[in-house]
Design a protein around this ligand. Structure first.
Ligand SMILES: [Zn+2]
Length: 265
């Protein structure tokens, strides 16, 4: 599934043309970004967009609906560059979700901030989903932080609308998936905070079944279709260590950067 980025800050006609083109190329969803990194001296504010803005946001949602799009993803909760946190707050999405019940709204990176607010929005609006991109990585290095984030969602929101995402442009997926599978909700947090246990059933839902449900994907059919593809064959030979190609090439580099396909050639 392809989520195409969309520029809501430039010429609208051009953006609509690009949306049409992306759908022709196979885009199934669009990702919205609340800022474009610019500061407007005249209005003394950052150039940003709230998604309950009928004039500046709703036309894009209507264009999505016209194009047959069922799900949009909105970058939230994680500040982009120097953007104030108020600009990545999430309350605006509930209005848009009410206005457009035919669209599903993924709050992406939610869990980074505004955790309880997001959990209550999920509880209140059936077409809002929590996409946990860049939050599941906490399970690897900061498991208590992860426990509180996920525990709040599980205690308040329907578990059917929590979606795993790795943020694989920055984080290697494998350790995250493993840490998530191994993770148990600490008992003192279950007792002291009312967080439910993270059962295997919940792990399956969050790792894939919820997302499959959202996009009407048939998991057995997909499994059958990839059973002997190139990636399954490679996987059968055993997995390399995360970032191993990169580490071989840059042995002195501590911070692991995304690997470009061209660098692996
Ligand atoms: Zn994002």
């Amino acid at each position: 599934l392809l989520y195409a980025g969309i520029d809501t800050f430039g010429d609208r006609g051009k953006a609509f043309d690009e949306m049409e083109q992306r759908v022709e190329e196979g885009a199934t969803s669009f990702k919205f970004y609340p800022g474009n990194g610019l500061f407007d001296k005249i209005s003394n504010d950052f150039v940003t967009l709230f998604y309950d803005d009928p004039e500046n946001a709703y036309p894009y949602f209507e264009k999505c609906i016209d194009l047959g799009i069922k799900t949009v993803a909105i970058h939230k909760s994680q500040p982009m560059g120097g953007l104030p946190m108020s600009k990545v707050s999430i309350a605006d999405v509930s209005l848009a979700a009410s206005r457009y019940p035919e669209l599903n709204f993924e709050l992406v990176h939610t869990g980074w901030a505004f955790v309880e607010e997001a959990a209550y929005q999920l509880a209140g609006f059936p077409n809002i989903y929590a996409n946990l991109e860049n939050c599941v990585a906490w399970a690897v290095r900061q498991p208590l932080q992860f426990a509180h984030m996920l525990g709040k969602f599980l205690a308040i929101a329907p578990a059917e609308r929590l979606i795993f995402a790795s943020g694989c442009a920055l984080n290697h997926p494998d350790p995250q998936i493993q840490a998530f599978l191994d993770f148990q909700m600490p008992e003192d947090l279950q007792e002291g905070y009312g967080y439910p246990p993270l059962t295997l059933d919940l792990k399956r839902k969050i790792l894939g079944e919820n997302y499959a449900q959202l996009h009407r994907l048939d998991i057995p059919a997909i499994k059958a279709s990839i059973r002997n593809d190139r990636w399954s064959q490679l996987r059968a030979q055993g997995k390399a260590k995360p970032w191993s190609k990169r580490r071989e090439r840059f042995p002195d580099q501590e911070a692991v950067q995304p690997v470009l396909e061209s660098e692996l050639a």
